[in-house]
Design a protein around this ligand. Structure first.
Ligand SMILES: [Zn+2]
Length: 111
């Protein structure tokens, strides 16, 4: 399972620990992404109390590092060794072994 690091950052920045993602948009829309605008809401039924938050790419990178420091798990697969490989309406989600951690689920040790 791939952790939603953007949602973690957005929840912390807005102080809304149970908010859900309603929408997101890469910034800029065309060109290399330097950040994301996430719209959070209270629940996924009617998406009340919408609020936008800007997340710099560096904040996402810091969140991935924090996740690995605090959990010891690979930030890409979240520790289960499986990386999302796509979705199809007939077969659903497809998964493959995570290349970042060699499917071990452990945060790779960097020298
Ligand atoms: Zn992994």
């Amino acid at each position: 399972m791939r952790p939603d690091h953007l949602l973690s950052v957005a929840r912390r920045k807005l102080g809304r620990p149970t908010a859900v993602t309603r929408a997101w948009e890469c910034i800029p829309f065309d060109g290399p992404t330097i950040g994301v605008c996430l719209t959070l809401a209270d629940d996924a039924e009617s998406f009340p109390n919408r609020e936008d938050v800007l997340i710099d790419k560096r904040e996402e990178d810091e969140e991935k590092a924090r996740f690995e420091r605090e959990t010891g798990k690979c930030h890409r697969c979240g520790g289960d060794g499986q990386d999302w490989a796509g979705w199809n309406h007939g077969t659903g989600h497809r998964w493959r072994p995570c290349k970042r951690c060699g499917a071990s689920g452990a945060a790779p040790v960097r020298p």
